[in-house]
Design a protein around this ligand. Sequence first.
Ligand SMILES: Cc1cc2nc3c(=O)[nH]c(=O)nc-3n(C[C@H](O)[C@H](O)[C@H](O)COP(=O)(O)OP(=O)(O)OC[C@H]3O[C@@H](n4cnc5c(N)ncnc54)[C@H](O)[C@@H]3O)c2cc1C
Length: 286
Amino acid sequence: MKPAKFDYVSPSTVDAAVEALIAAKGEGKVLAGGQSLLPLLNFRMARPAVLIDLNGIKGLSYIEDRGDRIAVGALTRHRELERSPLIASRLPVMSAAMRHVAHLAIRNRGTIGGSLSHADPAAELPMLATFYEAGISVQGPAGRRTIASEEFFVDALTNCLQPEEIVVEVEFPILKHDGWAFEEVARRFGDFALASIAVSIRRGLSGLEAARIAVMGVADTPLRLRKAEEELLAMELDDQTPDRFSEIVLSQVSPNDDLHASAGYRRHLLGQLAKRALRTALAMKG
Ligand SMILES: Cc1cc2nc3c(=O)[nH]c(=O)nc-3n(C[C@H](O)[C@H](O)[C@H](O)COP(=O)(O)OP(=O)(O)OC[C@H]3O[C@@H](n4cnc5c(N)ncnc54)[C@H](O)[C@@H]3O)c2cc1C
């Protein structure tokens, strides 16, 4: 199919893009990589009166070291994150996850701002933003504000942006860890995840002193499993720890049946991935 008729504008600044959204009176949509929006237009599931193309705005694509955090511009492509040595050394969980994002052609065009805004519950970047406690900076008529990732994702394909706000930057705090893992199962490599988990741990004098756990594909948004983190820290570390950890993770999710998998199958996958992820993280030497 072909999209319904729309006007096209190509602003050269974020301010001008926000002005264009205001002028569109709720009928405008911003275009980034187009990898999710264009199929929606072609199927006429989205019918914006005005398409506001962000690709002409200079300075929105960068990966920057800010000491204790890494800043990523909203127009940064998935492929740049996948290939970045800075991401590999400072945000290794993200680096490992990026090759699971769709296929190469899509990674060449898709952007972090588009992926977060699209808010697919089985997409890697929303889950990584939740895992790293990213701050998502947005610009709108009232200026700039930063939204915590756990507030940003409201429901499946729903974020908390006001209609005239645009994502401009995402800051990922660097996690200090001794071990980490990212595990995912999709029906075919590059498909959206059926289930996925990211884990990081830091060792203390006895046992673990910090843990971070996030999952996706098992709820309408990515989930940070804070209770599982606390329970993992309280555990004795022995051969049975990954099995017990898997049970704790499963006690905190309740996926639904859908077109792609039954709830039971998603739970089964997540349980196996949780075991594997914790084993990998514990086996790392730091
Ligand atoms: C076949 C296929 C398989 C895929 N598989 C995966 C996968 O496995 N994992 C995965 O994570 N993704 C997957 N994707 C999605 C892909 O990652 C997209 O690139 C991403 O979801 C959207 O990014 P985009 O830059 O293309 O955004 P667009 O398609 O341009 O926009 C998506 C939405 O976000 C809005 N938007 C875009 N940028 C901004 C901004 N800066 N501020 C506010 N709103 C904005 C748009 O208005 C639109 O509503 C897949 C896509 C396809 C077509």
